[in-house]
Design a protein around this ligand. Structure first.
Ligand code: BES
Ligand code: MN
Ligand code: ZN
Length: 464
């Protein structure tokens, strides 16, 4: 484990400690000084162009570069030459540094022999108790995000629904949160026909994972987070072709994020009631798999035309969104790697946000910017309703007759049929995080799961 240590100044340092410096330019430099000490100077482009977003990736670049040089111990000063960050105080700098150092330090090493890890990162110039608190908070958050990246990165044959549930139980230990797991029998009793339908072809049974954290009076209406927990998405009988199936063990990233967010709400002792619901199953292929043309009856009682077994995420989410009713929530947010179409629409640098509420959209966009888990909106207008009308059922899981436009929105519109029956004033938002399921090079994160949007959900839990 890499330690992050705040120090007030860096006048005396251990011999093996590498100093981090900045310079304008494109290439980082490793400099051996005449006194035997070493400096790693990080290329920051033009100082005047560095903003909050680029500062995050620059913090990550420090760690990534240090790792390639197999550095064990390094020291970073909180003083910086970036004029755009002048309005941000030391507390923000320290928190942002610590969080991004740890996120960049993570790699999925379960199957690697070579596990070089930075031993310690010293952040120098930390004076106030407030800055120290920001550091502690960042460490708690980033550590949890990295744990969830481990859950997501674990191969699909290993990370079964029951193992995911076990991890949720482990992760809440010692916190004020509680985990309840429904097995297949209980899921049947709860009439979650859509979740059961998707799970039908899999050898490993489905689980419905419930996390409850009551940080306020139980009378206070909670926030419910719902996360897609498809432990592997083969597509089902509408099997994925070409390379499309690779990385589909990450199709439970939304579920992992929801688990992480509830655990964090508990660890940060938020004075809120936060519930997490994760419908978990594999979307497998067998003679008993869900068939295209099947009609499912989920918990809501609405009938669902399954026109494509690969649109399974919205099916399992529909039952969880209905189940959320029993909590009489004031806000419901679902998070899912739902559509490839969201990548077509937005590229790979933000998740798609869909909500019918203008105020929620505005708040979430701001919190996205603040957390580093960026969002961009797509509409959920009535105009789009026509495309998912059922043939024989009430609603279809994809548009009929090959209509191929607006796939991310169609997913959101489908879910909107099930995000109902909540108390008056309860808001709902859908986050299609497929664009952020895996990292891209410019993120300066390890290959694989990003751990998004846990930081965002944590801010939503705290502020909404
Ligand atoms: N899990 C996939 C979506 C996905 C694709 C996530 C690529 C991340 C990267 C989802 O279950 C799926 O298969 N969606 C289909 C929907 C289609 C059948 C309407 C898709 O996007 O092709
Ligand atoms: Mn699918
Ligand atoms: Zn899927």
């Amino acid at each position: 484990m890499t330690k992050i240590t705040p120090i007030s100044n860096s006048k005396t340092l251990p011999k093996d400690c590498v100093r981090i410096a900045w310079h304008e330019g494109e290439e980082s430099k490793y400099i051996e000084q005449q006194d035997g000490s070493t400096t790693l100077s990080i290329a920051a482009g033009k100082y005047k162009d560095v903003n909050v977003r680029t500062f995050r990736t620059l913090c990550r670049a420090i760690v990534r570069t240090a790792k390639t040089h197999k550095i064990d111990r390094l020291v970073v000063e909180i003083e910086h030459p970036f004029p755009q960050l002048e309005t941000h105080d030391a507390t923000w700098i320290v928190g942002t540094m610590a969080e991004n150092f740890l996120l960049a330090n993570y790699t999925y090493t379960a199957y690697k022999k070579d596990k070089h890890d930075i031993k310690e990162i010293l952040i120098s110039g930390v004076q106030s108790a407030e800055a120290k608190k920001a550091l502690d908070r960042a460490v708690v958050i980033a550590t949890e995000v990295n744990k969830c990246r481990d859950l997501a990165n674990t191969p699909g044959s290993i990370m079964t629904p029951s193992l995911l549930a076990e991890h949720a139980k482990q992760m809440v230990k010692g916190t004020g949160a509680r985990v309840t797991v429904f097995d297949k029998k209980r899921i049947e009793k709860e009439r979650m026909g859509a979740l059961l339908g998707v799970g039908r072809g899999a050898k490993h049974g489905p689980r419905f994972i419930i996390l409850e954290y009551y940080g306020a009076s139980k009378k206070e209406a909670p926030i419910v987070f719902v996360g897609k927990g498809i432990t592997f998405d083969s597509g089902g009988l509408n099997v994925k072709v070409g390379g499309a199936m690779l990385d589909m063990h990450l199709d439970m990233s939304g579920g992992a994020a929801v688990i992480g967010a509830v655990v964090l709400a508990a660890k940060l002792k938020l004075k809120k009631n936060i519930i997490g619901l994760v419908p978990a199953t594999e979307n497998a292929i067998s003679d008993d798999s869900l068939h295209p043309g099947d009609v499912l009856v989920g918990r809501s009682g609405k009938t669902i035309d399954v026109l494509d077994t690969d649109a399974e995420g919205r099916l399992v989410l529909s039952d969880a969104l209905t189940y959320a009713q029993i909590y009489s929530p004031r806000l419901v947010v679902d998070v899912a790697t739902l559509t490839g179409a969201s990548l077509v629409a937005l590229g790979e640098h933000c998740s798609a946000l869909m909500t019918k509420d203008d105020a929620v959209r505005e708040t979430f966009m701001k919190l996205g910017e603040e957390s580093g888990d960026y969002l961009w909106p797509l509409p959920l207008w009535d105009e789009y309703k026509q495309y998912i009308k059922g043939r024989f059922g009430d609603v279809a899981n994809i548009p009929a007759s090959g209509y191929k436009w607006g796939g991310a929105i169609n997913g959101g519109m489908f879910l909107s049929h099930f995000a109902e029956g909540y108390p008056d004033g309860c808001k709902w938002a859908h986050i299609d995080m497929a664009p952020r399921m895996t990292s891209v090079a410019s993120d300066k994160l390890a290959k694989g799961a990003t751990g998004e949007p846990i930081r965002l959900l944590t801010l939503i839990a705290e502020r909404y």
